[in-house]
Design a protein around this ligand. Structure first.
Ligand SMILES: [Zn+2]
Length: 255
């Protein structure tokens, strides 16, 4: 199992040796570690150099936060060019949904779209997939930008979208991931049935906390086993087969 989206730099880095050992011993083959800002991009790259076989690194700037200053944006773009051979993706990037009212009031919607377009262009130029935070109405807007920039490789992480939008995303060949919510939330169980098996990924978005029977537990890639069990029930396919398919998907997109 590979966790296709988590924030490894937000874990207790002093305990990471111990965690990664334990996760490996429980069948976790690797993680796609995504960044949230410039500092987190540096940290994520440092982790990639420390655990090169376990980590696939993506760097970027999370959209639910103030946009990058032009100086930081230039630095991020340079970092991407310089480190492209150590990177597996650009992310997490996208458009804000949860904080959009306050963010757009201060910075204006235009600036978020502009920065996203710049990051999509650099992803295309270094031939790396984008790890997207694009949910609800914003997933439609982001999809339009992907088409405008002719982006071929994209991953909509923890997608929440209308049926029509999900269909559009799938018909473009993009990937969609589900989180531990698929174990206990009907919305996600409905979503996952719409995703062709070869475009599906699994993730925890750790250390983000989840509900259901994960409530009060620290999120780790070990939750992937529960996701695979749920998918096995939903699709009536053995967990071994599901694992093989999901691993192949993650590698096809991020390797
Ligand atoms: Zn995330």
């Amino acid at each position: 199992m590979i966790d296709a989206h988590l924030h490894l730099d937000q874990y207790d880095l002093n305990k990471l040796d111990f965690y990664i050992d334990m996760w490996r011993n429980h069948g976790i083959k690797g993680v796609v570690a995504v960044a949230t800002d410039l500092q987190s991009s540096y940290k994520t790259l440092e982790l990639k150099h420390k655990y090169p076989t376990f980590i696939r690194a993506a760097i970027g700037h999370h959209p639910e936060a103030p946009p990058l200053t032009s100086k930081d944006l230039a630095e991020l773009l340079n970092l991407i060019k310089k480190e492209k051979n150590h990177l597996s993706g650009i992310g997490e990037i996208g458009l804000p949904t949860y904080q959009k009212e306050s963010l757009y009031e201060v910075y204006g919607e235009e600036l978020f779209c502009e920065q996203l377009e710049v990051l999509l262009e650099i992803a295309k130029s270094v031939d790396l997939p984008v790890a997207l935070h694009a949910v609800h109405e914003e997933s439609e807007k982001v999809l339009l930008l992907l088409k405008k920039h002719e982006i071929k490789k994209a991953h909509f992480h923890w997608l929440k979208a209308s049926n029509q939008n999900v269909q559009d995303i799938i018909s473009c060949g993009y990937y969609v991931s589900v989180t531990p919510e698929v174990c206990y939330r009907e919305r996600d169980q409905r979503l996952v049935r719409m995703i062709p098996m070869d475009q599906l990924l699994i993730e925890t978005d750790g250390p983000w906390k989840h509900g259901g029977h994960f409530q009060h537990q620290d999120t780790t890639p070990l939750f992937l086993k529960d996701i695979v069990d749920s998918l096995s029930n939903i699709f009536s396919i053995s967990t071994v087969n599901i694992n093989e398919i999901l691993m192949a998907n993650t590698k096809r997109l991020y390797d």
